[in-house]
Design a protein around this ligand. Sequence first.
Ligand SMILES: C[S@@+](CC[C@H](N)C(=O)[O-])C[C@H]1O[C@@H](n2cnc3c(N)ncnc32)[C@H](O)[C@@H]1O
Length: 192
Amino acid sequence: MVDSVFSDIPVQYANIAKATKAIEFNMASDMQTGSLLKTLVASKPSGRILELGTGTGLATSWILDGMDDRTRLTTIDNNELLLDIGRAALPDARVEFVLADGYAWIKNYSGEKFDMIFADAMPGKYDLFEETIRLVKEGGFYVIDDMLPQPNWPQGHSEKVESFIGDLEKRNDVALTKLNWSTGIIIVTKIK
Ligand SMILES: C[S@@+](CC[C@H](N)C(=O)[O-])C[C@H]1O[C@@H](n2cnc3c(N)ncnc32)[C@H](O)[C@@H]1O
């Protein structure tokens, strides 16, 4: 099995990747993560999906590819330049691109819970985690990447990651699997 060969890359992916490279954005999610997100979201027909940290929309394109017609995605970033690349490349009525500070958005959100949250920004992952996991439906997924050491990690981040994983493992309201694959993924399922 070769897990770096993908037969189902979203059609918009190449354009977004080109724009991402042009602006030298180096925090994009990789293809393995994207493919996994597509696979997971496909298990949630008529689902409500949240992505925290749109970036230029690379992972967004995979998520949209896995969604059925009735599923809706909200994706949030506080960087207009990045968000606009995704918005322009993915004109799709099922997705709402939200330019907002994730901290404020999470604190103020009072709508329906989500069937899957892909948390790829500080808010919703290392910060405001309790507020965010509360937004996942029972049986829903909370997915994080970049759990293995990355070249762009600032000093001290490694300890933060270890402590975050330790806290996750102590919880009794989730089932989780750590994947030493891609950039280091944890799939969390909310069980109560
Ligand atoms: C790791 S990147 C996301 C990459 C994206 N998943 C992709 O596939 O390209 C993290 C993103 O979080 C955004 N971000 C950082 N702080 C934020 C905040 N306070 N509120 C909203 N977005 C934030 C950054 O602008 C960046 O685009």
